[in-house]
Write a protein that binds this ligand. Sequence first.
Ligand SMILES: [Fe+2]
Ligand SMILES: [Fe+2]
Length: 342
Amino acid sequence: MDTACDGCQNKHKGKHDISEGSSRHVCKCRSREESIKIDPGLDQAAANPGDEIKASPGNRRPDRTHYQEELQSRIIKSIKDLPPMPQVVIKIQGLISDLNSDITDLAEIIESDQAVAAKVLKMANSAYYGMSGKISSIHQASVLLGYQVLGEIVTMAGVVGILSGSMPGYGYDAQELWKHSLSAALSAKMIAAIKNKDLMHEAHTAGLIHDVGKIILDRYILENMDQISVYMVQEEKSFLDAERFIFGFDHAEIASEVCRAWKIPEKISLAISCHHQPSYSCGDELSYVLHLADHIAAKSGASYDEDEAFAELETGTLEFIGIGRDEIRDIMLQVLEAIEQF
Ligand SMILES: [Fe+2]
Ligand SMILES: [Fe+2]
């Protein structure tokens, strides 16, 4: 049975795209703000293989309880408590995709925010870029590092403070989320270099902020920790499953709301909202790149059963990207080394 989605213009087959709601099927296409509702009547009419259902806009989350709806609106309101993304980072996201801009524009924007500029200089002098102690001005950084690299450093400088706090709900010490995010950013850039070089900058940005939803959810996790623990033990489920069970949504959905508030480009926001289930993106390359990068960042440094670890990736991810396990091991090693140099 095929379902034509108004959002992505694709036809979907299989379990990943269509799931049972309480009274209807829902296409979880996240290339649009709302998902697609399919009337049960239409579903019945198209029950034979090869039949086609025309989907229509509808409610995204039909199974959500009143408590979950109320909780989500409280959580979304609390996004305003998150420090704003520095304007300089937002401007630079736009600048990098503007073919008419040049490095002088970039340097000027960075210099307009002294706090960010100071962090940019510190990062530019890190061992990772091989310039230790050699860069003393933004102009010099722009000449020595180039446009793309400087753009990435600005994004890192803009979010490092936001991502560096401890998170008792998730059990993260200070810097833990930052290190995971940085690992995901570096991995995503390397994977994008294999899949599609044009995605490298967006992949880096997406990797950096993909788990920002956890910062918002952290205190609600803490409030509901007993329920979460019981659910995980009794049902033998993951933490991510528990988020979905308790809240009716997960940190990836909240992160996409943060992206909207921060005016992050839609393409990056889509990948972030799908970073645990890239098949929901309707074949978006960046979503798959980010999914694998998150996996690499989570597994880097751990000694683990490789088959078991790869089973956590969504089926088809490696084939979609066109990457082998040897290349993934290489990226893991490079990322581990790189993290120590920042
Ligand atoms: Fe995540
Ligand atoms: Fe992550």
